[in-house]
Ligand binder design. Sequence first.
Ligand code: PLP
Length: 395
Amino acid sequence: MSTRNQLAKRMSLLGTETAFEVLARAKALQAKGADIVNLGIGAPDFRTPDNIVEAGRKALADGAHFYTPAKGIPELRAAVAEDVARHRGVEVDPDCVMIVPGGKPTMFFAILMFGEPGSEILYPNPGFPIYESMIRFSGAEPVPIELLEENGFSFSAESVLARITPRTRLLILNTPANPTGGVVPLEELDRLAEGLEAHPHVTVLADEIYSRMTYDGFRHESFLRYEALRDRTILLDGWSKTYSMTGWRLGYGVWPRHLVDHAERLQINSNSCPSAPVQWAGVEALRGPQDAVDRMMAAFDERRRIIVDGLNDVPGFSCVTPRGAFYAFPNVTGTGIGSKKLEEKLLHEAGVAILSGTSFGALGEGYLRFSYAAGVDDIREALRRVKDCLATVAP
Ligand code: PLP
């Protein structure tokens, strides 16, 4: 056996985000002339609002071409602190804010910081696939928090607390959630926060990237609200979803004071700093008019109703109404077909790209994820095709 190109063992532990693979497969089929409706990827389909694009363009023209401080420009860190105060009602020190290229780096850094062989990290399952992937990569043991349909894809605080051991280092929360669109009710967060007071060795990573995307008057409550836990809560948020800025790569973490220098060193060792002009666009996003966000949310809400109604009309499907994010997660066990097989069937026979629930962990079996970050016409067309494709298979 050749010893050339021998990879580190941990590379075999690294998973992936299947959404990118399905996107590539859908594009390859499209390139061959296939007519594919893509409801696979979790990226808002709107153009980034013009005022934000203009701020980025102006920053480039004005000479924002250089490295910035590793944690980000002071103007943006201050704007994030203002935004956290406005939407979460919590005062944070801009020195504890670190700007990063997207939502993912905060997750990456937090898991690298705490995960190592012999440690355990609790994470939602089904959940964003990078949690489990990165936990395994770090050498830690991934311990699933089960999100069940009968609990509204939330959890009971008791069941989470019962899984904490002396080896637990990090607890990852995500509300509103990908892939289920579920939200954790405030009472449950309260109970969890109270219970965590007895486990001072556990840090919380609160992934609130969908915090502005809720429906039916549901108010997102941040995990930062618990003062007793603030010195061990890491908040993750970013611009990708709220401002339709997935390709700009801009996000932030609010770190406990004793962790922020470690986070900064991880940033210096990887990204150096976030993109300079993009940070100026981020300042405009937070401080500028917010009516584009309201318009996007009104459109998502309309699509949500259409997709949930349509999915409930597909033989063998039943779909609860999501209360946040932009995903529908129908139970498809009534079709008698496994999730992965159904993903393949719908791509090849119906020309509809969606994701198997198993892309989000073993507990996603029996479900599919439909992203409704697509136009109403595409959503209606996808629903028509799925219904036709399954008309003959379901009981
Ligand atoms: N966290 C969750 C729950 C997500 O669904 C996503 C993206 O889909 C991210 C983080 C990462 O966001 P970004 O694309 O900004 O890295």
